[in-house]
Write a protein that binds this ligand. Structure first.
Ligand code: ZN
Length: 212
């Protein structure tokens, strides 16, 4: 027994994502469809999926392209994402300039801070109940030289992070440039999806209920 899933390319994740087929004309469940693109039907929009940045692989919430057309059907997702990346890059550049000009006067550092506890504490335990992680604020106006030194270091680190973010956005913009330039209408693919055998499922339930 098998079912068919229609899938297309999410240009943001650069991987294959299912497109939801709906007959009702309503947006796919979980898709934040704000508007239709070029007369495309909801059945031709990418389903809800988490974003995995290519190369890094960590999930950072919903993908930008959820509810938008797969790349085969329209370059609009690539265009919208490029727009988004350009804006993010400008924001990062502006923030970097503020950091360099000494205009940012509040930064945070994740630190281990002691908490009052009567819980038993083991020397080599993975988590010590006597400590927790907190975001500690540092200001440009610190009077204590040690804290002032930390603030200066945080500014330098924030600038490095800005540069990293700017280069990530530049890479994504370049990828979208290429995807838009080479875009042509293409077919979506069908993927055979194994469907759980209802008989097997019933047997498992019988075992669980009868034996355990
Ligand atoms: Zn995606």
């Amino acid at each position: 027994v098998s079912g068919k899933t229609i899938e297309g390319t999410c240009i943001v994740c650069r991987r294959q994502i299912a497109v939801r087929a709906t007959k009702t004309g309503k947006p796919p469940v979980g898709a934040k469809v704000l508007r239709w693109y070029g007369g495309l039907k909801p059945s031709h929009l990418l389903v809800h999926h988490g974003y995995q940045r290519p190369g890094i692989g960590c999930i950072v919430g919903d993908c930008f392209a959820v509810g938008m057309p797969p790349h085969e059907l329209s370059p609009v997702t690539a265009e919208e994402y490029r727009k988004f990346c350009r804006k993010c890059k400008l924001d990062q550049q502006a923030y970097k300039e503020r950091l360099q000009a000494g205009e940012v006067d509040l930064l945070y550092r994740t630190e281990k801070v002691p908490v009052p506890t009567t819980a038993e504490r083991m020397l080599w335990a993975r988590s010590d109940p006597g400590w927790t992680e907190a975001e500690v604020a540092y200001r440009s106006t610190e009077s204590d030289p040690k804290r002032q030194e930390v603030f200066v270091k945080l500014v330098a680190e924030a600038i490095v992070r800005c540069d990293q973010m700017i280069s990530f956005y530049e890479m994504d913009i370049a990828t979208m440039d290429e995807a838009i330039k080479t875009w042509k209408l293409d077919d979506l693919r069908e993927r055979e999806e194994p469907v759980p055998d209802p008989n097997r499922r019933r047997r498992r339930r019988f075992f669980r209920g009868g034996r355990l």
